[in-house]
Design a protein. Structure first.
Ligand SMILES: [Zn+2]
Length: 195
């Protein structure tokens, strides 16, 4: 999935965040004047703006920009959508895959828009549970399908690198609306994504 190159950084935000990063790095015991760290506060400030760019994007607009009348009314599945987010408790990454399905109700949406809205919500400070619900509700409320399902499987750096240090655990969250609340439909979807 090609990501849109993100180069327009807010100069004011970059300056403020850069300044704070410099202090944080020094508070942690490093010397911000050494070669390798000279430009680190600025790079980190830009990286964080990139990783939280979802605050400036409207997922509803993205979906609406590619909705088409269509009579197809079988399940549409986009699986294995790469996902990178930041846990809001530790500001450490969590990453994995999202699987999305919906059953149209007179309208379909351009397939590439589903990974895009995953990114919009993932590029904010998040918890996996809310991320799942936000994707689900956004598709449900905008596209009005007969049903929508979202499953996210992710590994959390805050568990892997610190705390309990459980390096092979993954967390699975899921949400279902409409037709997917029926057990047969839900099972068909789970089978198709290999669960
Ligand atoms: Zn965390």
């Amino acid at each position: 999935m090609p990501y849109k190159h993100f180069e327009e950084y807010n100069i004011q935000v970059t300056d403020d965040v850069k300044d704070r990063y410099k202090h944080i790095i020094e508070d942690l015991g490093e010397n911000t004047q050494r070669d390798g760290l000279l430009k680190t506060p600025e790079r980190a400030a830009k990286a964080m703006q990139f990783l939280t760019q979802g605050y400036n994007q409207d997922p509803v607009e993205i979906l609406k920009s590619a909705m088409f009348k269509e009579s197809y009314n079988e399940m549409v599945i986009v699986k294995d959508i790469e996902l990178y987010s930041l846990c809001e408790h530790h500001i450490l990454p969590f990453f994995g895959k999202a699987h999305i399905a919906y059953i149209p109700n007179g309208q379909i949406v351009g397939l590439s828009k589903l990974p895009r809205i995953v990114d919009v919500f993932a590029r904010r400070l998040q918890v996996q549970e809310r991320l799942t619900e936000q994707i689900l509700d956004c598709i449900n409320d905008t596209l009005n399908p007969q049903g929508v399902a979202v499953v996210i499987e992710a590994s959390h750096m805050c568990m892997m690198m610190r705390g309990v240090q459980k390096q092979n655990s993954t967390t699975t969250t899921s949400g279902f609306r409409g037709q997917f609340e029926k057990i047969e439909t839900r099972n068909e979807f789970l089978k198709l994504i290999g669960k």
